[in-house]
Design a protein around this ligand. Structure first.
Ligand code: GRF
Length: 206
């Protein structure tokens, strides 16, 4: 396992992926340590999870800044100070500017609850259900300046059954995310990711 691989998780909401990564890290099931939570909603449940676990938080109110670039510059300074290797977006509900996208190109990932490029943006699970697809799933992708448009790193397929409701499909997709995200973070930590344009390769384990 990579010693000392340091990640920052960005989240805006519940934080079930944050909690899962934290639990995996502390149980030895993730080749990385969470050194920072970045959150744009100081009242979000994810903040309480970080506090309980003693993870440092960078909390900010976007409305207190004239431009997105201004708060991102502060975040970048914090990330540099903590020598963060990888940014892991987990339900972070803000588009990023070049301040972070360029500084962390190839070193910033997001998880999205559909098989991209299908159903980007908000309410992806509801969009898939309404469309009537028979399979959907979860995607981990590199982050670029667009909305869920970066190169795909890994995907998990989830079947949609005729009897599925929004709640049941959400539960299946969240379970898939919790398997997938620690796995992908570990691949980065182990130096097994190679990016060639839109093609992302995972090298075999040594
Ligand atoms: C997840 O479904 C993730 O795919 C999406 O936002 C949700 C975050 O959930 N990007 P949580 O805050 O980790 O519980």
């Amino acid at each position: 396992m990579a010693q000392g691989y340091r990640i920052a998780v960005f989240a805006s909401g519940q934080g079930s992926n944050f909690q899962n990564l934290l639990d995996a890290s502390r149980a030895g099931g993730l080749a990385a340590e969470i050194v920072l939570l970045v959150c744009d909603k100081p009242q979000a449940p994810v903040v309480e999870r970080a506090r309980q676990a003693g993870v440092e938080c960078f909390l900010f109110d976007p409305k207190a800044y004239a431009r997105r670039e201004d708060y991102e510059a502060e975040i970048a300074e914090k990330l540099n100070g903590l020598q963060v290797d990888l940014i892991v977006l987990a339900g972070y509900m803000r588009l990023l500017t070049p301040v972070l996208v360029e500084a962390y190109a190839g070193r910033m990932i997001n998880i999205h609850p559909s098989l991209l490029p299908a159903f980007p943006g908000k309410n992806a699970i509801g969009q898939a259900l309404d469309y009537g697809v028979k399979v959907t799933g979860a995607t981990v992708h590199l982050v670029d300046g667009g909305m869920d448009t970066g190169a795909v790193v890994a995907q998990t397929v989830v079947k949609v059954k005729a009897e599925d409701t929004l709640a049941s499909l959400e539960a299946k997709i969240h379970a898939a995310e919790q398997e997938l995200y620690p796995q992908v973070v570990s691949w980065f930590a182990e130096g097994r990711i190679r990016v060639e344009g839109r093609k992302v390769k995972v090298l075999p384990a040594p």
